[in-house]
Write a protein that binds this ligand. Structure first.
Ligand code: FCB
Length: 478
């Protein structure tokens, strides 16, 4: 069927006037590549996470998660906000998926909230919780969008945190039971599964530094959380392999190319420790290489290993999900402990404000190329998918438009570097923009806006930004 007829049938034909003449001129003036350059099989999607968009935290039997608890504690979220309503995706998913389709994306990455499926984390499945994800999957398939599911994007059921959360080795059994419930329910229609989202971030920010849920601190919490997350990463993969025919299984990592601030040896060593922690800690055990050596504090991980664990940490992932936003320039420092290194912020390195995002992150397009090359160099990595990449800028809505020119440029520049890596032979098979909608950005609240679609949180009105229109045009090209 002709695409326009198809879109009209879906009720999104009215969105066609988005493509304004001026934007077309802007895009063609700067974009030096085309969708076809990435190949016909390349997957194009937008990524989201349950707690950041769903809201409806007390509906249909959902249990509380560590993020509900964390948000209710004073001072934990910079703006004092919560994910109680977020983008109200729980009720508006059909409208939002139509927007995704109208932007010509072929895939949607979302996560399942463990506490909707198992309100107490374990035990009896809550059918209403699973029904919601059935509806989301149905709607995706109806629109011709491929669902890509993340099993865990940071929202552990509070009932499990009360039993020690990620520091308790029992989490491996809790997690595999949960993975079993999800894949039994959805595995007949969903092929693409990601086990964990950025295990380093939820263990380091949640169990070492304490600025993310559940707000615990110290090496004694961090190390067992790391080991149990690494075990879940592999054991979860095995559950999906068993329950889903023709599964395409991955897991995702936050990653950043690291440069030493100076040539001095102490800074080079600082950069090396950053690289181990940020880029290598979780992928190497999955590849059967064990935990990386050369970082003293991490050698204590041994203490948590039981006989047979090294082998259990290994899993044959079909793809590795890379999530890159910035680079890190590292310098030896007296804080934080164990890492003894800190990042030199971009402003201090003379990076112009134009190239620093709302998060304080440097716009460094070459970083995504470097990190793809770094991961592609592992013998066991078969395929790479960029599962998140994007930027927060101070967007303004003017009438029914958001002229987020800086974000359009960001995507163009980063995508050019993804293409560069692909042309040089790296097995990059897809790209997911972070993110579909402006949403709840964890401890930062709703202030940083990363969406392709602007959300007015007072009215829940959606406005497609120029970056969303840019994707519509770019992906609509044949
Ligand atoms: C990643 C997270 C995602 C979002 C982006 C900005 O680390 O996976 O949920 O917060 O950063």
């Amino acid at each position: 069927m002709h695409r326009r007829t198809f879109l009209r049938l879906l009720g999104v034909g009215a969105l066609a006037p988005w493509v304004s003449g001026s934007l077309r001129a802007l895009a063609y003036a700067t974009t030096r590549f085309r969708k076809a350059d990435f190949g016909d099989d390349f997957v194009w999607g937008a990524a989201t996470a349950a707690y950041q968009i769903e809201g409806a935290v007390r509906e249909d039997g959902r249990g509380p998660s560590v993020w509900d608890t964390f948000c209710s504690r004073k001072g934990r979220i910079k703006t004092g906000e919560t994910g109680d309503v977020a983008c109200d995706f729980y009720h508006r998913y059909a409208e939002d998926l139509r927007l995704l389709r109208a932007m010509n994306f072929g895939a949607f990455r979302f996560s399942i909230a463990w506490a909707r499926v198992l309100p107490q984390g374990v035990g009896k499945v809550n059918p209403k919780g699973l029904d919601f994800y059935q509806r989301v999957v149905d709607e995706c398939l109806r629109l011709g969008i491929k669902p890509w599911i993340t099993l865990y994007h940071w929202d552990l059921p509070q009932a499990l945190e009360d039993r020690g959360g990620w520091t308790n080795r029992d989490v491996v059994g809790w997690f595999t039971d949960y993975a079993d419930a999800c894949t039994r329910a959805l595995g007949d229609r969903v092929r693409h599964w990601m086990i964990l989202n950025e295990p380093l971030v939820f263990t380091a920010a949640g169990y070492f530094a304490g600025f993310h849920a559940p707000g615990r601190k110290g090496l004694k919490n961090f190390l067992p959380a790391v080991h149990h997350a690494a075990l879940c990463q592999a054991e979860g993969g095995r559950v999906v392999r068993q329950n889903v025919g023709q599964a395409h299984i991955g897991t995702t990592f936050s990653c950043t190319p690291v440069d030493p601030a100076t040539e001095r040896e102490k800074d080079q060593r600082a950069a090396h420790r950053f690289d181990i922690l940020f880029n290598r800690l979780f992928v190497e055990p999955a590849l059967g290489m064990g935990y990386p050596k050369g970082f003293k504090a991490l050698e204590k991980l041994e203490k948590y290993l039981r006989p047979g664990d090294e082998e259990r940490l290994r899993f044959d992932f079909d793809f590795i999900g890379l999530q890159n936003y910035f680079r890190t320039v590292a310098k030896k420092a007296l804080f934080p402990p164990y890492l003894w290194a800190k990042e030199v912020p971009p402003a201090r390195r003379g990076i112009s404000p134009e190239n620093i995002t709302e998060m304080g992150w440097e716009v460094y397009p070459e970083g995504i190329y470097r990190i793809i090359r770094q991961f592609a160099a592992y013998a066991g990595v078969k395929q790479i998918v960029i599962t998140e990449n994007g930027a927060a800028f101070p967007d303004e809505r003017v009438g029914d438009a958001v002229h987020d020119t800086r974000r359009v440029r960001f995507f163009e520049q980063y995508l050019a570097q993804v293409l560069r890596a692909k042309r040089e032979g790296a097995p990059v098979a897809g790209y997911f923009a972070w993110t579909l909608l402006d949403n709840f950005e964890w401890a930062e609240g709703y202030r940083p806006r990363f969406g392709l679609v602007h959300v007015d949180f007072a009215t829940q009105q959606r406005t497609v930004k120029d970056s969303g229109r840019w994707f519509q045009m770019f992906l609509g090209e044949r």
